[in-house]
Design a protein around this ligand. Structure first.
Ligand code: SAM
Length: 276
């Protein structure tokens, strides 16, 4: 049936391509690929020769419109370099426009680093938030983490080796020193999953940034935090946060972390600041 076929591809081990994904790739009129050189390697592994065209969400509108037009009569396959398209990868606008044009849209589920990592981590998996890549700059990173701090959910981040230690330290600072896991090179020769608290993990990677592809999993805030945050604990957390943040930001982060009212915590922060 003509339409758009979203096809997940391996995140390491090429053996993870599904039989249905191979058949669908083989029957495509065109493969819209994030990087045609990367997809060419997969096609060659499968012994396939299929026309490809580069596709990004910032590809120009005409390129996207041309693909949507072709879907009326032909099979158009969307792939990214690895894993599930649209997950920190291009494709959202193509799917949006295909739907708007009334095209048949289907997905062939498969590998996804975020999901693979949470299964490895041993951290609660009943409720999680996929947070993608954190911003590079320290302030934007802290602001983003602050948004997640009050969530009773496991958090999943994509990371890179050089940023890993600093990101883990920023997470400990804003989220509290939670249980976490660093999953690396999943489904490849050097797959590993290291667990520990955020500060332990940050220290471990400070002098030796790891190579390869990385997912960080951070457990939800412990029950202790919400229940046992007495006033002394709250004051200590506020003082620590005010060391490197303006009062309002410190209060916001601490309120989220301990599940307290933001205005009350802000008032307390001002009192502590006056006390010096
Ligand atoms: N769409 C992909 C998916 O479904 O997982 C993710 C694409 S995103 C641009 C690439 C990031 O995913 C990497 O920087 C890394 O954080 C993570 N990743 C991809 N493959 C991985 C692997 N084999 N092991 C660990 N993390 C991986």
């Amino acid at each position: 049936m003509p339409g758009l076929y979203i096809v997940a591809t391996p995140i390491g081990n090429l053996g993870d391509i599904s039989a249905r994904a191979s058949t669908t790739l083989a029957s495509a009129a065109v493969i819209a690929a994030e990087d045609t050189r990367v997809t060419a390697k997969l096609l060659s592994h499968l012994g396939l020769r299929v026309p490809m065209t580069p596709y990004h969400d910032h590809s120009d509108e005409r390129a996207r419109a041309a693909l949507v037009a072709r879907m009326e009569q032909e099979i158009v396959v969307l792939v990214s370099d690895a894993g599930t398209p649209l997950v920190s990868d291009p494709g959202y606008k193509l799917v949006r426009d295909a739907r708007a044009a009334g095209r048949h849209v289907t997905t062939l589920p498969g590998p996804c680093a975020a999901i693979a990592a949470i299964t490895l981590s041993g951290l609660p998996s009943d409720r999680f938030l996929f947070a993608g890549f954190l911003p590079n700059k320290a302030k934007a990173r802290a602001d983003t983490l602050t948004e997640f701090a009050g969530l009773r959910a496991t958090l999943i981040f994509y990371e890179s080796g050089p940023r890993l230690s600093a990101s883990l330290a920023a997470m400990a600072d804003v989220l509290g020193d939670r249980d976490a896991a660093v999953a690396r090179e999943i489904s490849k020769m050097f797959e590993e999953c290291v667990t520990g608290s955020l500060t332990q993990l940050s220290a471990r990677y400070a002098d030796a940034p790891p190579k390869g592809e990385i997912v960080v999993i951070v457990g939800p805030p412990g029950e202790i935090m919400a229940e046992e945050a007495d006033d002394d604990t709250l004051d200590a957390a506020l003082r620590a946060a005010m060391n490197d943040k303006p009062v309002a930001q410190a209060a916001k982060a601490v309120a989220r972390r301990f599940g307290r009212d933001r205005h009350d915590v802000y008032a307390r922060a001002l009192t502590l600041k006056d006390q010096g």
